[in-house]
Design a protein around this ligand. Structure first.
Ligand code: SAH
Length: 244
């Protein structure tokens, strides 16, 4: 079921159920009171990543607090998507964009991967998580992706579960069209790997191409920036073997 795009949606940590009261945190209360200027009785949507989506009404406005009362569940909780998005962390602005777009495109797990040419070794997990929540609020995703700790590429591959197909965006692929390779994938679980701005090293590319659970794909005749490559590859996966 698609999300309702008219009502404001907020992520809260609280358990959600019929008749329950929720007090949004100080930042959210400020936003509701002073940016949206909600009136008593105003409706909005709440989700917590566990209990589906709930219609809530503003029951009480304080100077710095807002009390919301839950009316009814409007969408049930969907399972977390199985798609694992592995990406070399980028500099902050592009990384924020990358995470937001990956959530919109239906990634279920966000896995930062450190490659030889990765410039940012340790992305702030809290910031990745905050971006994932914001993207989920914005586009109606109810299952907020899991953010994992950064891991080195060779370690990630060494402990890979071979029943999950890893689609590898290979900027040095000899042809341009990825469709046949994607349509040939039969595994029900899939992951995507996009490299850093500096690309993969020859050694990494050789290692990846040799692994039985890896499918290398091209993304056309042009070199894309990593954030563009991620959106393009996620769209291709969703349209060929995913949920589009
Ligand atoms: N600096 C590198 C490009 C890196 S682009 C170079 O000049 O070769 C960043 C990442 O996006 C790549 O590692 C790859 O995963 C993906 N990517 C970009 N363009 C691509 C293409 N045409 N085909 C496949 N993957 C691509």
């Amino acid at each position: 079921m698609r999300a309702n795009y008219r009502l404001q949606r907020l992520f809260v940590p609280d358990a959600l159920g019929q008749g329950a009261d929720v007090l949004p945190d100080a930042r959210q209360a400020h936003y509701l009171l002073h940016v949206l200027r909600v009136a008593e009785g105003a409706e909005l949507l709440l989700f917590n990543g566990r209990d589906g989506e709930w219609l809530a009404r503003v029951a009480e406005r304080g100077r710095k607090t807002v009390r919301l009362t839950l009316a009814e569940q409007v969408r049930p909780q969907p399972p977390l998507p199985g798609l694992v998005f592995c990406f070399a962390p980028l500099k902050q602005g592009r990384l924020d964009y990358l995470v937001q777009k990956a959530v919109e495109m239906g990634a279920g797990v966000l896995q930062p991967v450190v490659t030889q040419h990765t410039q940012v070794a340790k992305p702030g997990i809290d910031r990745l998580q905050a971006n994932a929540v914001e993207a989920a609020e914005q586009c109606g995703v109810l299952a907020v992706p899991q953010v994992r700790e950064a891991v080195k590429l060779d370690r990630l591959l060494a402990r890979w579960d071979a029943s999950c197909r890893l689609v590898f965006c290979d900027e040095d692929f000899p042809t341009d069209n990825p469709l046949a390779a994607l349509q040939g994938i039969t595994e029900r679980r899939q992951a995507l790997l996009v490299g850093p701005e500096g690309g993969f090293s020859e050694q990494e590319r050789a290692m990846l191409r040799a692994l039985p659970f890896v499918t290398a794909i091209p993304l056309g005749p042009r070199i894309l920036r990593a954030d563009t490559a991620a959106v393009a590859a996620l769209a291709l996966i969703q349209a060929t073997i995913g949920d589009w």
